[in-house]
Design a protein around this ligand. Sequence first.
Ligand code: NAP
Length: 645
Amino acid sequence: MTRNPHAGTPFTDSDAEIAAALEDVSVPALLLSCVHMAGPELLDGPLATLRPAGLFLNEVQGYMSEEDKAAARALALDVIRDYRDRGCPEPAPVDAAQLKRMMDWLVCEDVPGEYVPMLLEEMELTGRDERGTEFTSAAADRAKFPVVVIGCGMSGLLAAIRLQQAGIPFTVIEKNAGVGGTWWENTYPGARVDVGNHFYCYSFEPTDHWTEFFARQPELQGYFQGVLDKYGIGEHVRFGTRVTAATWNDDDATWSVAVESADGITDTLTARAVIAAVGQLNAPYIPEFAGAQSFSGPAFHSARWDHDVQLTGKDVAMIGAGASGFQIAPAIAEDVKSLTVFQRTAQWMFPNPNYHEAVGPGVRWALRHLPFYARWYRFLLFWPGCDKGLAAAIVDPEWPDQQTAVSEANDLARMMFTQWITSQVGDDADLQAKVIPDYPATGKRTLQDNGSWLQTLTRDNVDLVRTPIDHIEPDAVVTADGVRHHADVLVYATGFRVNDMVSSLKVFGRNGIELHDQWGDRPAAYLGITVPNFPNFFMLYGPGTNLASGGSLIFHSECEVRYIMGCLDLLIAADKAGMEPRQDRYDDWYRRCQAELSTTVWAHPSVKHSFYKNADGVVHSLSPWRLVDFWTWTRTPDPDDFIFS
Ligand code: NAP
């Protein structure tokens, strides 16, 4: 029998080497690994008293006193030594009741029953890929059902893997020259993920090789390249090719997908279904500033970073400081002569000491060798962002002074975040006024911070300007107060046209109706995936699926892809031509999403500028739902939600 891959690779390290490794690791995850090695009796023994006192976001070490941690490491060393001396046998499976106890112990609370199956699936303690689809259709029929996937970023690659496993022929069309989507395009200095990497990777493709807890862009792109290679997806991808239009043909129930390569050669592919995995954050948005065209130096968007431009010794102006600008400024400030940051709205941020930290050798040793350590560590990263943030985002209509907070929980978040900011800027009242946001916490995307942003702002060569921009001149950005800010280079860290969903192509559905014409200013999809009049057209990371309060887009995409594979199975098994959601289900979904979103801080009028909102202040991109609900709803498609043709 093959060994459960999560049981860890057997080892022969010395006691001293093991003890040294344990200094680095997450102590709570370590103790649960010990339960696998020594047996569940440990829970009633030493772990009954030796337990975390609380859980903080991305807290690797766990919140335990130093004394308890030392006792835990000593206990673990005994358990690991014994396990090593027994030859590192694969631990016996732990039963469901004990696993639930382990979860509760780890997160210091009773994990509600409805979450347990989702968490167990996410952890894959069985060693099996738990999100694969069990098909009812015949393999021979699936082999006659070609699918085109648009985009080879994180979600398109995932769809490709699942299609390949299903034996469904597929072609992926990718406009870029390589895999990774956002992680291919965003090469700006300082680009890194802000979801812990040991969770931000496919559930079925975890890895112990991350060099940092929040990896930088090259490592992330390398991860997706590695997965593409491992599954042999590359030969199915047409890189450097963009889809210009997709057209449904009712006569033969096919999609004609028009593509154009970088050298202008056009082609048309025929498919039975299309999966649009085009992302939400890749059409750069550059505001129109008077005189912008007259700027004589290099000017580029953060997602189109021009690496030929040397910044050393230059006066650099950066317009916009959201998630991208927040990472760029600390990365370039040391090199440039001066950096002027034009920020319209201050950002909320919360402390994360691991944000720029390397993964030490001890953690890597534990991830590789200790049974299920990596899986419990994944759980540890998942749980704090698993629906708790949503509660702090819900508006309490009774809460007074809605300009600064929308509920008690939200006010608490505001106080914690404010404390973190003021602890860094001290008594500098001018800087405080500039950097403490004047809208409720979590109203916009909240940023991870290790202090590098505010340290950067206090440098002598860095200036944070909150005065609005009036116009741009050939060598300067001029603010409304008439001040000229000299600039040799202009960086637009101004975000993306998020509300122009699927903007890179035209999609013609039944009777020639175009998707964007049908949407008007209400882009939506049933469960974020399907749209009436567009048979066999599925979206990943579609309208209403972005996450503002936790989770990870990889988790969401895995839910969506499983649902789509279920839909394809239904279609093929029933030998139907097409499926599209019922209009009433779609309308009801849209109404419920909007009703729910309107109760959140993301739609609140106190948040004036936010890419979550469209020009009318309406939110279409975000999911207002708990992860556990989305997971439940997308496990299996309900045939009753669809019209089959
Ligand atoms: P963003 O958050 O939309 O920030 C855009 C910045 O440009 C904001 O400071 C915005 O000001 C400013 N801006 C926009 N229009 C302006 C105007 N007309 N005048 C003056 N300023 C203007 O974009 P982003 O920083 O590229 O991030 C977008 C999303 O990408 C993030 O929320 C996140 O989902 C993702 N991202 C993730 C990471 C990561 O760490 N993994 C890194 C980068 C990006 P206002 O705030 O006033 O609108």
